[in-house]
Design a protein. Structure first.
Length: 282
């Protein structure tokens, strides 16, 4: 994959994957919070997540937080089969598919504009096909870089589509909570919040030297370019890092043309409210 001039990288990520497969296969689970895995939580539906249930949490704690949840044992063969079916849809969408895990991938659709249509339309169709053929909800983020496409899908979850137009990258990125950046775990987040730095924009305004003195040189040098959307694909793979460095450019400011809608071609603000404060995605 390469960093193309338009927003043509898709990050496609199934929503609460294991829990969604269980709900798809058992109608009794619909409309109820679902937890997969009894001893340790492997996955939770969004209703359970909203009550604080998280992957890797102990089962007792999870049941305390969400006593009306239905707890089901994992069925790995069903998840593998669902994953295969979804990746088949990915590969029929574009030959340029980079799998990240069992339920997420990057798709480069930059070369398909003339043949098939604009990336936003391709993303909408992909969501529809996964829904119709595999009966699972999937969220897609679309942007110029893998980094931003992944941030976009995280913001759009669950069951959403979010396109970040190239001229709206900073307007999209800067109001988001710092935790949306790769590499900002609980420790870094706590240090930043201690200094009243809550948003990506506040990180960007801090400057690299101040950030390094606050977080140390590793984290400081990692976060500074991310907050400015430079070296945007750092953290995924070495090749992406090299390409991102080459492609780093100065983005436009304050053009709020990013949108959050199922049919978005850029230019019109769509459903934006509350997105940045949404529950932790999976
Ligand atoms: Mg997922």
């Amino acid at each position: 994959m390469y960093v193309s001039p338009g927003a043509s990288i898709l990050h496609a990520d199934l929503d609460a994957f294991y829990a969604s497969v269980e709900r798809r296969d058992d109608p009794r689970l619909r409309g109820r919070p679902v937890i997969v895995g009894g001893g340790v939580v492997l996955a939770a539906s969004y209703e359970a997540k909203a009550r604080g249930v998280r992957s890797a949490m102990g089962g007792q704690q999870a049941r305390r937080l969400c006593p009306d949840a239905i707890v089901v044992p994992p069925r790995m063969s069903a998840y593998t089969a669902a994953s295969r079916a979804v990746f088949e849809v990915f590969r029929q969408t574009t030959p340029l598919v980079e799998g990240i895990s069992i339920d997420e991938a990057f798709l480069d659709v930059g070369g398909l504009r003339r043949l098939v249509g604009p990336p936003a339309d391709i993303a909408a169709r992909l969501r529809r096909e996964v829904r119709e053929r595999v009966h699972l909800p999937i969220t897609v983020g679309v942007a110029r870089t893998k980094f931003l496409a992944k941030v976009a899908s995280g913001v759009a979850k669950p069951d959403g589509l979010l396109v970040v137009a190239p001229d709206a990258e900073m307007a999209f990125l800067h109001p988001l909570p710092v935790e949306r950046l790769w590499g900002v775990g609980p420790v870094t987040s706590a240090k930043l919040r201690e200094h009243r730095i809550r948003t990506v924009g506040e990180v960007a305004r801090l400057g690299e030297a101040a950030l390094v003195s606050l977080l140390g040189s590793g984290a400081g040098r990692h976060l500074h370019p991310l907050a400015h959307h430079r070296q945007g694909d750092r953290g995924h793979d070495a090749a992406a890092r090299r390409r991102a460095r080459v492609a780093a450019g100065g983005p436009a400011r304050d053009r709020r043309s990013w949108c959050h809608a199922d049919r978005c071609v850029g230019g019109q603000p769509g459903r934006q409210s509350g997105a940045a404060g949404a529950a932790v995605p999976q």
